[in-house]
Design a protein around this ligand. Structure first.
Ligand SMILES: *Cc1c(COP(=O)(O)O)cnc(C)c1O
Length: 434
């Protein structure tokens, strides 16, 4: 396929029957497995410990060191890690924690697991992270914690959030699922909040299959997290067997949220390539910025002076008024071109569960809703080849030019409702919903 042909002005979109930029779908994110990962996992499989063995502790030590934290505690998923952090922060029946609507639902669900009440504070339009001014407005006598999310890999306003938390004696649980390797004011994410959580899901920076981590500086919180992930039992199996003891005491209600040694070995091996992966992500993000920032109707993701994003996602914002096409049609057009564009995220409060349970509706958090309606995530992960990156740039340019030309032909009216192959059900859903 010829990149030049694809990017020529006004080339017919694959969505409407033209030839696609690429024939295989490039996902928006993907893990990378190398020979050394296979060897690390094989070693564990031969070692005699599939779970509760030494590989977990080795991984935890390496992870703590990588983010500059005193303790790292492995969990069976990023969601379990959030649950652990919420319980460690002593959020109980009716307590409140404040998070952002523009996140994966787990950032809010974890509060409900502890029978707390999730409150939302709207985002800043520029950084897409929770707005500290709006956090302050939400704090009441039952508020216990703030759960900022480092959206797309860019740290939230951690200094201001910490100041608010200190003033009101709140705990900061930073959901850094997107931000392993990010920096704020030059300091590493994972060492900045009372509790910081990470995900080891394959689209994130380090893959374990499923897995998560909580980091903290506080030995009491670390002990509580370890107990919570293993049934609330006072000593773990390995400590007991090392001491030759067979009895144990369950001292509080816990879960089985352990990270297996198999998963820990995979994650540990991947962690060794974290820097390399971060550099490649930043390189691709820089290239996208250079190629896409000037296209009409597109806005590239935020950056912040003094912060380094971990570039989990590259969320473009499309301006429907300039582009002449709604966001869902842009995503459908990119997917027809072979580019696995996606949306991160539909605001949490607009999911059916949250609407029904808490009475949220469109308009509840207007900035999150307005910005979410513009978002298009394009592929970004270290294993992308330069040719893959070219394909993304070509496809985005092609789609923007096509809709732009169509719009200038049609005048400022609504885009033609020509629908060809690949027309998306999202498009339909969006039109029929309020
Ligand atoms: C991925 C993610 C999680 C959950 O992680 P899992 O490992 O999939 O459970 C939580 N919060 C955010 C913001 C995420 O992106």
């Amino acid at each position: 396929m010829s990149a030049n042909a694809a990017s020529s002005r006004g080339a017919l979109l694959a969505l409407y029957g033209g030839s696609p930029v690429r024939t295989s779908l490039l996902p928006y994110g993907r893990h990378c497995i190398r020979e050394e990962d296979l060897e690390a996992v094989s070693r564990v499989l031969r070692s005699g410990w599939l779970t509760q063995g030494p590989a977990l502790e080795e991984f935890e030590e390496a992870f703590a060191e990588a983010v500059g934290a005193r303790f790292a505690i492995g969990f069976s998923s990023g969601t379990a890690a959030l649950h652990g952090a919420v319980v460690a922060a002593e959020i109980e029946d009716g307590d409140e924690a404040i998070t952002t609507p523009l996140t994966f639902c787990a950032s809010a669900n974890c509060i409900l697991y502890a029978r707390g009440n999730p409150l939302f504070a709207d985002i800043r339009e520029d950084t897409l992270t929770i707005d500290p001014d709006r956090i302050a407005e939400k704090i009441g006598p039952r508020t216990r914690a703030i759960i900022p999310v480092d959206y797309a890999g860019l740290p939230a306003d951690l200094d201001r959030i910490r100041a608010i938390a200190e003033r009101h004696a709140l705990v900061v649980i930073e959901d850094a699922s997107h931000a392993l390797g990010a920096r704020f004011d030059g300091k590493r994410v994972g060492s900045l909040s009372t509790l910081t959580t990470f995900s080891l899901h394959p689209v994130k920076h380090v893959a374990a299959g499923e897995g998560g981590v909580v980091t903290t500086e506080d030995p009491l919180l670390a002990a509580r997290l370890r107990r919570f992930r293993s049934h609330g039992v006072d000593r773990d199996l390995r400590a007991r067997s090392a001491e030759g003891r067979w009895s144990y005491d369950m001292v509080e209600l816990g879960y089985n949220y352990r990270l297996s040694d198999i998963a820990a070995a995979l994650a540990h091996s991947q962690l060794g390539r974290l820097q390399e992966g971060l550099e490649r992500r930043a390189e691709i993000a820089d290239r996208y910025d250079r190629e896409l920032a000037e296209l009409p109707g597109l806005r590239v993701p935020p950056r912040r002076e003094g912060s380094a994003s971990a570039w989990h996602l590259y969320p473009l914002r499309v301006d429907e008024a300039v582009l002449g096409a709604p966001r869902d049609r842009v995503i459908a057009a990119l997917r027809a071109e072979g580019i696995g564009a996606s949306l991160h995220y539909r605001p949490v409060h607009l999911h059916r569960f949250y609407r029904q349970r808490f009475g949220y509706r469109p308009g509840s958090f207007p900035i999150s809703e307005r910005e979410s309606d513009k978002l298009v995530t394009i592929p970004l992960y270290p294993a992308m080849s330069d040719g893959d990156v070219d394909d993304v740039v070509d496809a985005v340019s092609k789609v923007v030019r096509f809709f732009g030309l169509e719009r200038s032909r049609a005048g400022p009216a609504r885009p033609r409702s020509r629908r060809g192959r690949g027309s998306s059900s999202e498009d339909v859903r969006r039109r029929s919903s309020p």
